[in-house]
Design a protein around this ligand. Structure first.
Ligand code: ZN
Ligand code: ZN
Length: 100
């Protein structure tokens, strides 16, 4: 528990009192004036400057393109089979386009 250090307003005597006695009235041991023990130093609080509300322009989402997840080739709308690598979008895998 930290002690509060303060001065007697009457005689300037440096006094110390335990924190839990803050707010209590005591008699100054030097001049016998009645002093109220001040509270502990308030903690410094960081005051953040009020930032103006910057509205981030909402970017409309790009229309989803039908693309091959395998080779990133652009596919025609509704296409399920990549003509470039043979990846089947519905099956999620390459299908063999080779016929033996
Ligand atoms: Zn005093
Ligand atoms: Zn592909």
């Amino acid at each position: 528990m930290a002690d509060i250090e303060f001065n007697c307003p009457e005689c300037g005597q440096v006094l110390e009192a335990p924190e839990e006695m803050a707010g209590e009235a005591i008699a100054c041991p030097a001049c016998e004036a009645t002093i109220t023990i001040p509270g502990p130093e308030p903690e410094e609080t960081l005051v953040l400057p009020n930032l103006p509300n910057v509205s981030i322009p909402s970017v409309p989402p790009e229309p989803e393109k039908n693309g091959c997840p395998e080779c990133q080739a652009e596919l025609a709308d509704g296409a399920v089979l990549c003509v470039h690598c043979g990846y089947h979008l519905k099956l999620g895998k390459k299908i063999s386009t080779e016929f033996d």
